[in-house]
Design a protein around this ligand. Structure first.
Ligand SMILES: C[S@@+](CC[C@H](N)C(=O)[O-])C[C@H]1O[C@@H](n2cnc3c(N)ncnc32)[C@H](O)[C@@H]1O
Length: 302
């Protein structure tokens, strides 16, 4: 399917969807570092800098799916001060996205944000998001996914909202798996047998012989404040030393290929990109989660 990506960042959604077989036909991102990364990986994709300057129909090519994680700073629970929610200047960009969506009405829309969106302004902000999509004709569903269950070693919960013009059956078929309602979990508990669900792969523990679920969560890369730069405060401890994660380790935590945010074209010994890399990676959608959603959409068709 054709995907239009908004608030594209360094392309977490874009890469995940591409891995699921879809085609990126549009990107929109204002940050100059992120733009450089997107333009490097997708040099031919039509691009807009600022969502406020996007005029639908003229700027956004036809797409089956619109996706985007609008800025989360004003709804994030990690924020030290009062949360302005959708009244904030950054998270308020949701309204601009929703207005464009209402005009273009692509068949499917996927929105990602921090779980704080569920509670900011006492839940009113989330109500606004859902109602606004519903008013544009979308059947809406949502689910909180934690990246740790998609094969990356970090605990990262995010809410994913799916709108589908075809009706509620489609949103739930994208977000939920039929296997989850099968009350026979033992059926898939055979060593080496691959389940259709990425959450469930059973392996035999070589030491104890026990059958264990294949889940990786050896690191909890959470922080007390906002998600982005604060990752630089997560440390790796050795018996006699401590160090920060390297940017490549952050890329791995998010499921990006090594050096996704430091491609050869950018290499310049006089510029230190680490801070931008940490921030952009901290803001990104985990690639395997996006890929899984992309596969669910592909399975369904539109
Ligand atoms: C939560 S991040 C999304 C990250 C992205 N999903 C990824 O995987 O990297 C929100 C993004 O919105 C961008 N943004 C903020 N204001 C914008 C605007 N007016 N127009 C376009 N993008 C904007 C930010 O620079 C940031 O990269």
């Amino acid at each position: 399917m054709k995907i239009a990506s908004f608030f594209s960042g360094i392309g977490g959604f874009d890469l995940g969807f591409e891995k699921a077989g879809h085609e990126i036909v549009f990107q929109c991102e204002i940050d100059s570092f992120c733009k450089m990364i997107l333009n490097y990986h997708w040099p031919k994709v039509p691009f807009a800098d600022d969502i406020l300057e996007v005029q639908d129909g003229k700027t956004v090519p036809n797409a089956d799916v619109w996706c985007g994680g609008f800025p989360c700073q004003d709804v994030s629970l990690a924020r030290a001060r009062q949360r302005h929610g959708l009244n904030g200047s950054r998270s308020g960009l949701f309204y601009d996205f929703a207005e464009l969506l209402d005009h273009a009405r692509p068949p499917i829309v996927i929105i990602e944000n921090v779980p704080g969106l569920l509670s900011s302004n006492g839940g009113k902000d989330f109500e606004i998001v859902i109602r606004s999509l519903a008013k544009s004709g979308y059947a809406v569903g949502w689910r909180v996914f934690n990246s740790q269950y998609f094969g990356v070693p970090q605990s990262r919960s995010r809410v994913y909202i799916v709108g589908h013009l075809g009706g509620p059956r489609f949103t739930s078929e994208i977000l939920f798996e039929p296997e989850r309602s099968n009350r026979k979990p033992k059926a898939s508990s055979v060593a080496g047998k691959k389940s259709i669900s990425p959450f469930k792969e059973s392996l035999r523990d070589p030491r104890t012989g026990a059958i264990v679920q294949r889940l990786s969560y050896c690191l909890a890369a959470t922080s007390g404040r906002h998600t982005g730069t604060d990752w630089s405060r997560s440390y790796v401890c050795y018996p006699n030393a401590v160090r920060r994660f390297t940017p490549v380790e952050y890329e791995r935590l998010q499921g990006f290929p090594d050096n996704w945010t430091y491609p050869p074209q950018l290499r310049n010994d006089t510029i230190d990109y680490d801070t931008q890399r940490y921030t952009a990676l901290g803001n990104a959608v985990s690639v395997p989660v996006a890929k899984w959603i992309g596969q669910q959409i592909a399975r369904l068709g539109n």
